[in-house]
Design a protein. Structure first.
Length: 249
């Protein structure tokens, strides 16, 4: 079966792993052997257990899931990075696989597409964070005006929506996340057109497909793809109800 048969109607698959789910962490630890020496070394560079666990989960998930689409063993998946640090698959394949990875707090999110470059960002929704200084420094006048229409609770929700979309867009282009790029990318949603994205940026593309939503009660997630309307299928790594190979359950 080719990997194109795994995707229906321009699907993008979004895999979620959660450290707070005991089977998920246990499975990541039990499959640490699929990591290469550099990954193992990086794992133990982190001083705190939670940092190690989220790195372990993200790397094991990435290898496990990509091996399913590429039809090779997890240990054999090989990666390289572009000049800005965005990873890509080195393994030769008859069909393209595009992926992007993000993590925040206890969660890892991995987006997979076989037709389009993809960017994903997940952020822990911190209700105590002070967002106004971030908005003042990173957001444009038009973005600030848009956010000013909302009360503080709505403002925070829309801030996370806009921030995750900004990061997902930049990651989809593989140009590297930097202070300068974030500040020069103007993004806003017209108040009366909440279903449409507007970007003002040097390499603007009018052919964007996106989704942004809240998941697991405390996270905001955004995914951006190109050229076609996409369907977004959410999957849970470690979900025993999923009809997938055993090593992904």
């Amino acid at each position: 079966m080719s990997n194109s048969n795994l995707f229906i109607d321009n699907e993008v698959h979004i895999w979620i792993g959660n450290l707070q789910t005991i089977p998920c962490l246990s499975k990541a630890k039990s499959r640490m052997h699929i990591l290469n020496n550099d990954e193992i070394s990086s794992l133990f560079d982190y001083p705190f257990i939670k940092q190690r666990n989220i790195f372990l989960l993200s790397r094991v998930m990435l290898r496990d899931i990509l091996s399913f689409y590429l039809k090779i063993s997890p240990e054999d998946v090989r990666f390289s990075k572009n000049e800005y640090g965005k990873p890509f698959i080195l393994n030769e394949s008859k069909e393209s696989i595009y992926f992007n990875l993000s993590h925040s707090n206890n969660c890892v999110a991995l987006a997979i597409s076989n037709t389009s470059s993809v960017g994903i960002d997940i952020e822990y929704f911190n209700r105590d964070i002070e967002i106004n200084s971030i908005i003042d420094y990173y957001f444009s006048k038009k973005e600030k005006k848009y956010l000013s229409y909302f009360d503080e609770t709505q403002k925070k929700h829309n801030f996370y929506k806009m921030w995750t979309l900004k990061e997902a867009y930049i990651k989809s282009r593989g140009i590297g996340l930097s202070e300068e790029i974030i500040k020069n990318l103007e993004f806003y949603i017209k108040r009366d057109q909440f279903d449409k994205l507007y970007f003002i940026e040097q390499h603007y593309s009018a052919h964007l497909s996106y989704i942004t939503k809240s998941i697991l009660d405390s996270y905001k997630i955004s995914i951006i793809t190109y050229h076609h309307p996409f369907n977004y299928k959410f999957l849970t790594w470690g979900d025993i109800k999923s009809n997938l190979p055993h090593h992904l359950l």
